[in-house]
Design a protein around this ligand. Structure first.
Ligand SMILES: NC(=O)C1=CN([C@@H]2O[C@H](COP(=O)(O)OP(=O)(O)OC[C@H]3O[C@@H](n4cnc5c(N)ncnc54)[C@H](OP(=O)(O)O)[C@@H]3O)[C@@H](O)[C@H]2O)[C@@H](O)CC1
Ligand SMILES: Nc1ncnc2c1ncn2[C@@H]1O[C@H](COP(=O)(O)OP(=O)(O)O)[C@@H](O)[C@H]1O
Length: 289
């Protein structure tokens, strides 16, 4: 139980989390899962690349950015270990996704909210693999919430900040300002896992279960208030989903590691630093008895 947040468990890393984060033995990259990050318009691909790098750093075996051909040059100039796949027309997005056969998909960071973005989101929602839906994907879902709820399940993680959560459940914000109630309401109404971002990050499930990942006592956590930090979190979560962590666990563990990365980087942190701080964070965590 957390002071000031009754009826709420605080997330704690367990030996099982550590065992499952470690890489060992004779397994190869395909055993660690393939993440696909859907990218948005040309020249606006930075957020998708941040998510992709985060997914790779957290241990997904392969990560592919799936982008329109118009955006290919900008991505290719900045990606190395991360793979790039393109499509030339929106209807071919589905085919390329099928070829890639991902284990988890991230969509939202600077994805856009155009008609074609909506068509691609619908293709993603029809996939049977775990999904992390952030940013523009949440904005589009808010515009047609009932259609989403009908297709959602607890294999889907939504990662709204307060502005995005208000779009999803505007009526609830009129009734309460209790963040726990808001997170639980969203998870119940939308039928999926909801990670409500903030200094105290809440992870709620449709059955009412809710854990807090608190930044209390984490040095420099406030430096996460910087553009792109949420895109990195979406990548961490998607990488953990591809590695087989259950959605609510992937969300909470991803938020915990995000805070630990902020503590390692410290003042001056920009979002690019977060994935690159993971080796130190994971080394410390995995060497704990
Ligand atoms: N490097 C890149 O390419 C980056 C690209 N990015 C991409 O930009 C796109 C737009 O995303 P976005 O989140 O910046 O804007 P939007 O959806 O309009 O919501 C903002 C409104 O919500 C409200 N608000 C309330 N609480 C809030 C909170 N805690 N954090 C933030 N806002 C909060 C706030 O209202 P206020 O509280 O100020 O009244 C404000 O008016 C999206 O695709 C994203 O991926 C970014 O990720 C940055 C790095
Ligand atoms: N003051 C803070 N203390 C702890 N975490 C914070 C703080 N401000 C922001 N964060 C975290 O940083 C991330 C910001 O995400 P978001 O608002 O979506 O940014 P962006 O859209 O720029 O990527 C979230 O994970 C949030 O929990």
């Amino acid at each position: 139980m957390t002071a000031g947040l009754p009826d709420l468990e605080t997330f704690r890393v367990t030996a099982d989390h550590r065992d499952r984060l470690a890489k060992s033995g004779h397994r190869h990259k395909f055993d660690y899962g393939h993440v696909v990050v859907g990218a948005g318009p040309a020249l606006q691909g930075g957020a998708a690349r941040l998510a992709a790098r985060a997914a790779l750093r957290i241990g997904a075996g392969l990560v592919t950015v799936l982008a329109h051909r118009d955006a290919a040059d900008a991505h290719a100039a900045q990606l190395n270990a991360i793979m790039l796949q393109t499509y030339d027309q929106t209807p071919r997005f589905a085919g390329q996704l099928a070829v890639l056969s991902p284990d988890a998909i991230c969509v939202g960071p600077n994805f856009g909210t155009s008609v074609t973005a909506r068509e691609k989101l619908n293709v993603v929602l029809a996939q049977s693999v775990p999904l992390c839906l952030d940013a523009d994907a949440i904005t589009m879902i808010a515009q047609d919430r009932q259609a989403f709820s009908a297709r959602a399940s607890d294999r889907v993680v939504l990662t709204p900040h307060a502005g995005e959560l208000r779009r999803l459940i505007p009526g609830a914000f009129d009734r309460t300002d209790c963040r726990v109630t808001l997170a639980r309401t969203a998870a119940r109404d939308l039928g999926c896992v909801v990670l409500f971002k903030g200094p105290d990050t809440l992870v709620a499930q449709p059955d009412g279960t809710c854990v807090v990942v608190s930044s209390d006592g984490i040095p420099h956590a406030a430096w996460l208030a910087t553009a792109g930090a949420g895109d990195v979190l979406a990548g961490f979560i998607t990488g953990l989903l591809a590695r087989g962590f259950a959605p609510a666990c992937a969300a909470a563990l991803g938020a915990h590691l995000h805070l630990q990365c902020a503590a390692v980087v410290g003042p001056g942190l920009v979002s690019e630093d977060l994935p690159d701080a993971l080796p130190r964070v994971l080394s410390a965590m995995l060497s704990e008895p």
